[in-house]
Design a protein around this ligand. Structure first.
Ligand code: SAM
Ligand code: SF4
Length: 324
């Protein structure tokens, strides 16, 4: 078991498979973002070695993310190998959904259990503005393909940006009326690359909830968390609504996660810059025991609390280089 100095059992690893992406969401990265060469990223055998090491330390839950995880070459085979690693009980992916209409079935067959698909609006023109060139219908087809393939329960992630989509939360919430989906609204967080938008155009979870309630009436609180999301339901709805208020109400006490970036560093808090390099020691011949020790040191020193209120913004990476 990997326990930190606050007594938290850290057992959930988010692995960024690549920093590359086929979209350029305005809250995630600049339009002219350059990506790392493939040789600088963890190779398949390196990812699998680290997954085995993390699993041996008690990590049992993995989410694949990015950048866009589905653009990684060989993603289906990688999923298969991770899914078959002893100790891994839960394997899911966060994706923009663009390639899901063709990949949902092979990914499910390879052992992926669930997907979270990012969708910030149901208006094709606003979707294009938010993603810089994305086509909403591709993502919608991807969501339906994921549901048909059994990558369920379907969870949708929406980041809300003032001036872009704050009025769209009502239509997104309405998706849950007759579908067993979970629509999760995420407060925009600040990182390098898009800090201007991220700090000035945040819409708080409280404001999002208010907008939804002014249309549907008071939401029913389940009193539960699903990961970092506080879960609610519109009265009589089949699905659920989640609020992820990382900026205004951090959930550090319940945080059990670590992040492995595509270039092989361990980051123990999304909103703190501190990182531990695993790639260089691995390429310099470190033993499994030495790598395990680096991971355990990182876990032990996992931070508590972000510094956004004091104006401390993590600027050493753009969001897609961390893995949301
Ligand atoms: N490309 C995939 C996707 O978009 O789902 C996976 C990577 S993306 C970085 C993971 C999640 O982070 C997405 O749901 C995305 O909306 C969210 N995200 C990106 N930038 C963010 C920001 N500045 N604040 C909050 N969430 C953000
Ligand atoms: Fe790509 Fe996901 Fe970032 Fe959008 S949020 S640019 S889809 S990595």
């Amino acid at each position: 078991m990997a326990i930190d100095r606050f007594g938290r059992n850290i057992h959930y690893l988010r692995i960024s498979l690549t920093d590359h992406c086929n979209l350029r969401c305005i809250y995630c990265m600049p339009e002219d973002q350059t990506f790392r060469p493939n040789a600088d990223l963890l190779q398949d055998d390196e990812i699998l070695r680290l997954v085995r090491l993390f699993a041996s330390l008690g990590f049992d839950k993995i989410r694949l993310t990015g950048g866009e995880p589905t653009v990684r070459a060989n993603v289906v085979e990688l999923v298969r190998a991770i899914a078959h690693t002893p100790g891994i009980r839960s394997l899911s992916m966060t994706t923009n959904g663009v390639l899901l209409s063709k990949l949902a079935r092979p990914l499910k067959e390879a052992g992926l259990q669930r997907v979270n698909v990012s969708i910030d609006t149901l208006d094709p023109e606003k979707f294009r503005r938010l993603t810089r060139w994305g086509k909403l219908e591709q993502v919608w087809e991807g969501i339906l393909a994921a549901e048909a393939a059994g990558l369920t329960p379907i969870k949708l992630n929406g980041v809300v940006v003032r001036g872009y989509n704050e009025e769209d939360v009502v239509d997104l919430a309405a998706l849950t009326l007759d579908r067993p989906w979970q629509m999760r609204f995420i407060e925009m967080m600040p990182f390098a690359g898009a800090t201007e938008i991220q700090t000035r155009q945040v819409v708080t979870a409280a404001e999002i909830q208010q907008k939804i309630e002014s249309e549907f009436g008071p939401l029913e609180a389940s009193g539960e968390y699903d990961g970092e999301a506080r879960i609610y339901r519109i009265r009589g709805a089949k699905g659920q609504i989640g609020f992820i208020s990382s900026v205004t109400v951090p959930f550090c006490a319940a945080c059990t996660r670590a992040r492995l970036t595509a270039d092989g560093v361990l980051r123990m808090c999304l909103l703190r810059e501190k990182e531990l390099d695993l790639l260089s020691p691995m390429r310099n011949g470190a033993s499994d025991e030495e790598l395990r020790q680096i991971i355990l040191d990182g876990v032990w020193n996992k931070p508590w609390g972000h510094g956004l209120e004091e104006g401390i913004i993590p600027l050493n990476r753009v969001m897609n280089q961390i893995g949301g």
